[in-house]
Design a protein around this ligand. Structure first.
Ligand code: DUC
Ligand code: ZN
Ligand code: ZN
Length: 488
């Protein structure tokens, strides 16, 4: 009997740390051997001249989720995870989103019910906390963290989701106590509201004004303020979807001071600008997201942040809204910019965009690519080493890349339910053409070979950043971490 269910033979296996020309032996869904000349498996894949990389982890996607404008994203768990697989991802992390008045436990259970019958890649959930009641802070959140929901997002803007600074401190204090990670959407609500009102009063309704209202100063100020709260509470924090240099520099500065502040950026901030929102009619609505794409200097800054390690995460922020009355145009053809739900798709193109424009141009090396595409997310969210690497004992989640394959991105070739891609016509070199999920070949020959519901739910352990390192404790600097002392 063959020792292996599957052998991936003759490829170049790359992880965050290592590179080797070797075979990968897979049994019972896991990697069990890495060596040259492995014996024949029940099934063989020839990976000669290809890169054998850990499956991507897109750690920030919105699937079948009611968003900050009350509109549900246009991908369900089948179409969203199918699209993820075709882009070389084997795990996604969507958000179980609490809206005001809802109990968190109930939100999580309902969200699991949506995912279980449909998902085709593996998934772990972040939570969104928009109503931090005593019940939520004192009971639901601690219990959910123990059940494997160890990261939660809070918003500093949006009427439906926003927390004030005191509520953020409440949430951070729970994270500190329980060892969880708080993710922050950092934009100054009052600044955005103030600008929006004046724009609309003057009759400025076009999508392009979305970018003007979501000023980069609003992002920079809120990022700085969020970091202050994190420092006061002596608790790690992740600033998500960073678009501009001001916010990035606040993160960099915090890191330089030794704080555990992490950063994420996304393809829209590398490949799009505010010019894309300035399209005729409502066409620009396709490119409205928050924070918005900025300008070429910001794109360069975001690349720098990926190169120098300020950003640990590169996620799509796949927030898919169809360009029709169900989503982007739900307020009709005369909607103004404030009535367009913010978000754009990207889960399928994310990794190829980074590979093509990052690795092939020499901006980042292949190991940094693997970190950004997969390993860092697994570590930061408590999925490593089961996910995020190719190592003995890890899940056999593998994307086999053709590094020289040239493709022009067009929505007709993608597998989401959105109807457009913001990257239409963009040429990329390199694409993952075979995807293996827990030892099963799920993408091959341009076809999906996975049953609906075959994706597995992944409980997360304590995120790596939230584990105490014995630094910056209140004892070392009592004045500085006074906030943390108050919760102990
Ligand atoms: N924040 C996100 O993370 N995604 C879409 C919209 C938003 O505000
Ligand atoms: Zn956000
Ligand atoms: Zn998002």
């Amino acid at each position: 009997m063959a020792e292996f269910d599957l052998v991936v033979r003759g490829g170049t296996v790359v992880t965050a740390a290592d590179k080797a020309r070797c075979d990968v032996g897979i049994r019972d869904g896991r990697v069990v051997a890495l060596a040259e000349g492995l014996p024949k498996g029940k099934r063989e894949i020839d990976a000669t001249d290809r890169l054998v990389l850990p499956g991507g982890i897109d750690s920030h996607v919105h699937i079948e989720q009611k968003g900050s404008y009350g509109i549900t994203s246009s991908d369900d768990f089948f179409t969203g995870t199918r699209s993820a697989l075709f882009g070389g991802n084997t795990t996604v992390m969507p958000f179980a989103a609490q809206h005001k008045g809802q109990g968190l436990r109930q939100v999580v259970e309902a969200y699991r019910d949506l995912a279980t019958p449909k998902a085709v890649c593996d998934y772990a959930f972040h939570l969104i906390v928009s109503d931090p009641t005593e019940q939520v802070l004192g009971q639901e959140l601690p219990a959910l963290i123990k059940d494997g929901f160890t990261s939660f997002k809070v918003f500093m803007t949006y009427d439906l989701m926003k927390l004030d600074d005191g509520q953020m401190l409440d949430v951070l204090s729970v994270a500190r106590r329980e060892g969880a990670l708080v993710m922050v959407h950092a934009e100054n609500h009052e600044v955005i509201k103030w600008i929006t009102k004046r724009l609309l009063d003057r009759g400025h309704r076009a999508p392009k004004y979305h970018a003007i209202s979501h000023a980069r100063l609003a992002e920079g100020e809120a990022t700085h303020r969020a970091i202050v709260l994190s420092e006061l509470m002596d608790t790690p924090m992740l600033i998500v979807h960073v678009s501009a240099e001001l916010a990035m520099n606040a993160i960099r500065d915090a890191q330089t001071r030794g704080l555990k502040v992490y950063g994420e950026t996304c393809p829209q901030y590398l490949f799009l600008t505010a010019q894309d929102i300035d399209k005729p009619g409502l066409e620009g609505a396709k490119f409205c997201c928050s924070p918005p794409p900025r300008d070429e200097a910001s794109q360069e800054a975001m690349w720098r942040g990926l190169e120098n390690g300020t950003f640990q995460l590169f996620s799509s922020d796949h927030a898919p809204y169809r360009f029709d009355e169900t989503a982007k145009l739900s307020k009709g053809p005369n909607a103004h910019f404030r009535e367009i739900p913010p978000g754009m798709p990207g889960v399928e193109a994310r990794a190829a965009l980074l590979f093509s424009e990052g690795v092939r141009t020499g901006r980042i090396d292949i190991h940094r690519f693997v970190e950004l595409n997969s390993t860092n997310a697994a570590k930061i969210y408590g999925l490593f080493p089961r996910k995020g690497t190719i190592a003995i004992g890890s899940d056999a989640d593998i994307a086999i890349w053709e590094p020289d394959l040239e493709r022009t991105i067009t929505w007709d070739d993608l597998h989401d339910n959105v109807g457009y891609t913001p990257y239409e016509g963009k040429k990329v070199t390199g694409w993952p053409t075979i995807v293996i999920r827990r030892g099963e070949v799920v993408i091959e020959g341009g076809e999906l070979h996975a049953e609906r519901g075959s994706g597995a739910f992944l409980p997360c352990s304590t995120p790596e950043p939230a584990r105490p390192r014995g630094r910056f404790t209140p004892e070392m600097d009592p004045a500085r971490n006074f906030g943390a002392q108050l919760v102990e």
